[in-house]
Design a binder for this molecule. Structure first.
Ligand SMILES: [Fe+2]
Length: 296
């Protein structure tokens, strides 16, 4: 760990080593498995035609609907054969530099716990359903798998420049809430969209949000919403396009030109934008989550 890298002051549980890995995955009871199965079934009711084909193919390749919370060991073996990735159990929160280090070594850190019936519809913290159902299928795509590793490698550089916020926005608007053009349609590849029924429809079809072609400089200057549907989504042409626009560019130069805080509001449309859909922002203007506003 280079001395010039700031590390977040999270308290490491005593039983964990420097890698923050849990010695083993939680043992889930039958209710946990039933929650997984119900979440899985609900998503499969909305995702066909809305999820990226690479995601749906990944779900099938890894057989994540085999019943119950998947065993990380089993999916890691299959994933390793396909793209050299594995899934490793971690506590709910791990420090950024540890998260980046795992990604850079093709390990995806996944939360152990699963939501309850009370939080079935919405939880802010990522649980095993979000992490494994939402993120892991995309890791079966070779180009996307490389992108995720490069993202991890980019992390420490961002920390040295004190531009973690900007790199975080890139993660948010691609890995969590990314959209892709497929056969003239807009589909979702971001885990935050794919692991919830409302956002899967909202992100791909609703009139409210902006859909704008991905521009890395612009995205890294854009604020985002943590606890509600996004006012803006960014669209890629392909995973090669995503890889080219991010990995193959000079982030040193970019970081030097970025200010420490975000320049653009999360609902803003600016001159340089290549707009696919100009959102009405009706949902946001009516008050968003908790206001009774419909996600239209
Ligand atoms: Fe996530």
């Amino acid at each position: 760990m280079p001395a010039d890298v700031f590390t977040a002051p999270l308290k490491k549980p005593d039983h964990l080593g420097d890698d923050w890995l849990e010695p083993e995955q939680t043992h889930y009871d039958t209710e946990d498995d039933a929650i997984w199965d119900d979440l899985f079934a609900r998503q499969m009711g909305v995702l066909p035609g809305r999820a990226a084909s690479a995601f749906l193919a990944g779900l099938e390749k890894l057989d994540l609907g085999r019943g119950g919370v998947p065993e990380f060991k089993a999916i890691s073996e299959e994933l390793d054969r396909m793209t050299g990735w594995s899934v490793v159990p971690v506590p709910m929160l791990i420090p950024d530099h540890v998260f980046f280090w795992h990604l850079a070594n093709r390990r995806f850190p996944a939360g152990n716990f699963i939501r309850t019936r009370e939080t079935f519809d919405y939880i802010q913290e990522p649980d095993v359903f979000h992490d494994v159902f939402g993120h892991v299928p995309m890791l079966t795509d070779p180009v996307y798998a490389d992108y995720m590793q490069e993202y991890g490698k980019a992390g420490w550089k961002a920390m040295r420049y004190n531009r973690l916020k900007a790199l975080g926005a890139l993660y948010w608007y691609t890995v969590e809430f990314g959209l892709i053009q497929e056969e003239g349609e807009i589909r979702a590849y971001g885990a935050g969209i794919l692991s919830g029924p409302t956002e899967a429809v909202f992100a791909t079809e609703a009139e409210s949000p902006n859909r704008i072609m991905l521009n890395v400089d612009r995205v890294m200057r854009t604020d985002y919403v943590i606890s509600d549907l996004q006012p803006t989504y960014f669209v890629i042409e392909s995973y090669e396009d995503l890889y080219r626009k991010t990995v193959e560019r000079d982030f040193d130069r970019l970081y030097r030109s970025l200010s420490p805080s975000f320049t653009y509001a999360n609902s803003a449309v600016i001159d340089v934008d290549n707009v696919v859909h100009l959102g009405t922002q009706e949902y946001l203007l009516r008050g968003g989550r908790g206001s009774g506003a419909k996600p239209v």
